[in-house]
Design a binder for this molecule. Structure first.
Ligand SMILES: [Mn+2]
Length: 336
C-alpha cells in the first residue's frame, strides 16, 4: 500500500480512536492528523473518540492544547482512519455504525487480530508484535519519508511510554523508535511527567481512611487487609496492596441500602494459593449481601443491599479455609 498516494486523494478524513481513549490512542490520532496535513495541506480532518481518559486529557493539555477531539461525528467524510483498535465495538455505541465502506477505511493497530478486520477496512497497517500504536506511527512516518516535528515526537514518545509501561514491555525496535523521537526533539523527562497523575482529592482521602481503619489478618504466609469506607473501594484496595497487603478487601456503603465490596490480590497470591477472588470469594459474598458478585482472579467485586459486616467476615473465612486446605494438601504431598 502506498499510503501517501491514498492520502493525497483524501479531502476530509475522520480520524478515530477507541472509546475512553487512552494516551496511545489520542497521541497516535494527533500524530496521524499531522502526517495527513503534511501530505495534503488543503485537506481538513476531524478527530473523534467516544470520550478520553482523564490522563489523555492531561496529555492533550500538555502537548496539543489546540487539538479538538469530538465525542460524535455528524459531518460526512470521504475517508476513515481507525487508530489503536481494530474493532467497531471498541468505538463505542455512538460511533460503531460509521464504518460502512472498507475501501475508504484504514486501520492502524497493534492489538490481537480481529478476524472480521477485512469487513471493516481494506487498508491495514497491523502489527501485534508492537507494544503501542504510536510505535507503528513512527514507522509510518519513516516509510513516507516525512520528518517528525517536535510536538509530534513528544506525543508519540508519550504514547509509547504509556503503552509499554515506561518500557517494561519493549524490544530493540521499540527502543530505536524512542531514540528516533528523542532525536526529533522529544523531551523524555517531560513525556514521563505528563503521564503522572494524582487521583482526585476525595479519592485520596478515601484511600487514606481505608488505610487508617484497616484490620490486618495473617493467614498462613499471607497478609490480608480488610477495611471499610464510603466510596472508592477499588482504589482503596489498590492502595492497600501498594502498601504491602497480599489481599485487600474493602467494603463500601455510600447509602443505607447499598453495599459494595471490592477486592484485589497480588499475582503471587493467586499463583500460590489458587484462590480466585471472582469465583471463590466475591461470587458467594454476592448472595450474603443480597446481590451479585464476580470478576477476575486478582480483581473482583460484589454489589448488594445489606450485611456488609457479615460478608467481610465470610471473606476471611473463605480465604482462611482455602489457604489451610492448600497447606494440608502440600504437607501430604511432601510426606509421600
Ligand atoms: Mn495501544
Amino acid at each position: 500500500m502506498n499510503l501517501q498516494e491514498i492520502l493525497k486523494e483524501v479531502k476530509n478524513p475522520l480520524i478515530m480512536g477507541h472509546q475512553n481513549a487512552d494516551p496511545d490512542a489520542v497521541c497516535a490520532m494527533i500524530a496521524f492528523a499531522q502526517l495527513y496535513k503534511t501530505i495534503t495541506p488543503e485537506g481538513t480532518y476531524s478527530l473523534v473518540t467516544d470520550d478520553r481518559s482523564r490522563l489523555s486529557k492531561q496529555i492533550l493539555k500538555n502537548f496539543a492544547p489546540k487539538a479538538e477531539i469530538h465525542n460524535k461525528s455528524e459531518d460526512t467524510h470521504d475517508f476513515f482512519v481507525l487508530l489503536d483498535t481494530n474493532s467497531r465495538f471498541q468505538l463505542g455505541s455512538g460511533l460503531q455504525d460509521i464504518l460502512t465502506n472498507p475501501s475508504k477505511t484504514l486501520v492502524i493497530d497493534h492489538h490481537e487480530l480481529n478476524p472480521e478486520i477485512d469487513e471493516i477496512a481494506e487498508h491495514q497497517i497491523l502489527n501485534s508484535d508492537k507494544s503501542s500504536t504510536c510505535e507503528i506511527i513512527v514507522d509510518v512516518y519513516n516509510d513516507t519519508g516525512i520528518d517528525i516535528d517536535r510536538d509530534t515526537a513528544n506525543l508519540l514518545l508519550t504514547g509509547m511510554i504509556f503503552d509499554t509501561r515506561r518500557f517494561f514491555y519493549a524490544d530493540s525496535n521499540t527502543l530505536s523508535a524512542a531514540i528516533k523521537l528523542i532525536e526529533a526533539g522529544a523531551d523524555y523527562e517531560r513525556c514521563v511527567r505528563s503521564l503522572l497523575i494524582r487521583p482526585d482529592r476525595s479519592e485520596r482521602i478515601a484511600r487514606l481512611k481505608a488505610a487508617g481503619r484497616v484490620k490486618v489478618h495473617l493467614i498462613g504466609d499471607w497478609i490480608v487487609a480488610i477495611s471499610k469506607i464510603k466510596a472508592f473501594e477499588a482504589s482503596a484496595c489498590r492502595g492497600l496492596i501498594d502498601i504491602g497487603a497480599d489481599v485487600a478487601i474493602v467494603g463500601g456503603s455510600p447509602k443505607d441500602d447499598v453495599v459494595r465490596l471490592s477486592s484485589r490480590s497480588t499475582r503471587d497470591f493467586f499463583e500460590h494459593t489458587g484462590i480466585n477472588l471472582g469465583t471463590d470469594v466475591m461470587d458467594p459474598l454476592g448472595a450474603i449481601i443480597d446481590g451479585a458478585g464476580g470478576g477476575h482472579a486478582n480483581a473482583a467485586g460484589a454489589n448488594g443491599k445489606k450485611d456488609l459486616e457479615k460478608a467481610l467476615l465470610k471473606s476471611l473465612e473463605i480465604i482462611r479455609s482455602a489457604v489451610e486446605s492448600k497447606t494440608k494438601t502440600e504437607e501430604r504431598e511432601s510426606a509421600v
